[in-house]
Design a protein. Structure first.
Length: 76
């Protein structure tokens, strides 16, 4: 596994809370159906620590990380 940095379109509310809306992975844009959870966490598979978003994309749950002002996913 490796860190794959991705482009994310984010909605930021008046309190500074981030809500990811879309993710671009391998030149394909995916709509995030729902953000299920957000917490501070470590990626045990590829390393790194930051905000971990549990998101649903096309009916599948996955993690999206925000670390050092960059977004990444765990990729094969």
């Amino acid at each position: 596994m490796e860190k794959k940095y991705v482009k994310v379109m984010v909605e930021i509310d008046e309190n500074g809370n981030k809500k990811p809306k879309t993710i671009t992975f391998n030149n394909h844009e995916y709509e995030i159906d729902k953000v299920l959870d957000m917490k501070k966490a470590v990626s045990m598979k590829v390393g790194g620590i930051g905000e971990r978003y549990t998101v649903r994309i096309n009916g599948h749950e996955t993690y999206l990380y925000f670390e050092n002002n960059k977004w990444f996913v765990e990729s094969h």
